[in-house]
Design a protein around this ligand. Structure first.
Ligand code: PEP
Ligand code: MG
Length: 423
């Protein structure tokens, strides 16, 4: 591959914050990629380079300057060679010199460019590169936002009104069937939340504008169970649907205890809550049930929820996000200690497509599931949909339906289904 020219610029994400978009030019072809941005970011993630004024001007300068000069001087025999070159050009363990956002924008655009050169759909090029069998991911649709994504940060005073960061509905099947079901569920939930009297005052939206960062509703509840009771009512009407959460528990962890709705819980007390929720509401998965360095607590919960004696018969996924940060070495470590049984893969946590695919490989080597994921600050780039399909992910987290930047990912999955059926 030879890249003739690179152009990076600033665009705005769903929170109105600047992020980077990069276009690569090669002969008559060009490919563009933009990079999302997290809010509840793990401490061990690669570094998103931001300037003091919150812009990404330096990251853009790095792409248009140093990276462009170095890359356009060479030919690359493979995408892995290009990604390795970017990694060594940066030279730091967490891509803090050039910025993981700068590097990933080039890495994804190059993956897209290569698919164009091979005249292949992106998902197929990803599958070929990864050696995976493409398949349709379950939709992990964000329906209610809590925690940091709803302006309800947990603190030691427990002001959060919806403590877990994400309440999701999982829908399994072909996208052309699951997407309409998910839309119907999303609309029904909205009706229930806007008419609280109809539903025993289960939930209440603070106002008609109460939507969270990920495009789901952001209601308030006065108990931990009520949001689950509401979702359980909805899923019982639809086959192949279930409830999942992202506790994002690093955000709940203060002074050695977890703070939920104004009360403190030890790790064991929190584990007992999860167990009860799993048993009562048949949770499909729990992401980040504990803080990012609490691997031992993850391992205990994974063993408890997946012992054959549990009422669900060992089917609950315990998903690592801040724990594993799409980092192959951290996934290997988690596998050694049996900390989890599924991994969230967010390419911008590690900074190149090559390393994200290595993280997928290590997850599969451990015998675990992959859930591919967007970030809470998103762009209209749909790479993650092709990625999820190409690697045969168990699921795709792409947000709620109230933001176009989330909808385009689902629409891309629909288009992929069509492409795959008509090839
Ligand atoms: C998450 O925690 O899974 C998530 C999508 O949020 P963020 O992008 O803020 O990390
Ligand atoms: Mg998470």
């Amino acid at each position: 591959m030879h890249i003739d020219r690179i152009e990076a610029k600033s665009i705005l994400d769903t929170r109105g914050r600047p992020t980077i978009e990069t276009t690569l030019f090669s002969g008559t072809l060009e490919a563009t990629a933009s990079v999302p941005s997290g809010k509840s970011t793990g401490k061990h993630e690669a570094l998103e380079l931001r300037d003091a004024d919150d812009s990404v001007a330096q990251a853009i300068k790095n792409v248009n300057g140093e990276i462009a000069t170095a890359i356009t001087e060479r030919d690359f025999n493979s995408l892995d060679e290009l990604d390795n070159f970017l990694i060594s050009l940066d030279g730091t363990p967490n891509k803090s010199r050039l910025g993981a956002n700068a590097i990933l924008s080039v890495s994804i655009a190059a993956m897209r460019l290569s698919a164009l050169q091979e005249n292949m759909p992106l998902w197929q090029a990803i599958a070929k590169r990864a050696g995976t069998t493409p398949s349709t991911p379950r939709l992990f649709v964000n329906v209610m936002n809590g925690g940091a994504h709803a302006g309800f940060p947990s603190n030691k005073f427990g002001t959060g009104k919806l403590p877990f960061q994400e309440y999701l509905l999982v829908v399994e099947g072909k996208t052309s069937e699951t997407f309409p079901i998910a839309q119907e569920l999303f609309a029904k939930l909205g009706e229930l939340l806007w008419k609280p009297g109809v539903h025993n005052n289960c939930g209440r939206l603070a106002s008609t504008t109460s939507m969270g960062d990920e495009g789901g509703y952001a209601p308030t509840f006065d108990t931990l169970e009520k949001p689950f009771e509401l979702l359980a009512e909805l899923v019982k009407e639809f086959p192949n649907t279930s409830i999942a959460i992202d506790a994002a528990a690093s955000e709940l962890f203060h002074d050695g205890v977890y703070q939920l709705l104004g009360k403190s819980y030890s790790p064991d007390e929190l584990a007992a809550i999860y167990r009860e929720l799993v048993e009562r509401f048949s949770l499909h998965s729990i992401e980040d049930p504990f803080a990012e360095n609490a691997g031992t607590d993850f391992a205990k919960l994974t063993a408890t929820l997946n012992s054959p004696s549990t009422p669900l018969g060992a089917t609950t996924l315990v998903v690592g996000d801040d724990l594993t940060v799409t980092n192959p070495a951290r996934i290997i470590e988690a596998a050694k200690n049996k900390e989890i049984n599924a991994v969230l893969i967010k390419p911008n946590q590690i900074g190149t497509v090559k390393e994200a695919l290595e993280a997928v490989r290590e997850t599969y080597n451990a015998g675990w599931e992959v859930v591919a994921s967007h970030r809470s600050g998103e762009t209209s780039d749909t790479f993650i949909a092709d990625f999820a399909y190409g690697i045969g992910a168990h699921g795709l987290k792409a947000g709620g339906f109230a933001q176009p930047e989330r909808l385009v990912k689902y629409e891309r999955l629909l288009a992929i289904e069509h492409e795959a059926e008509t090839r």
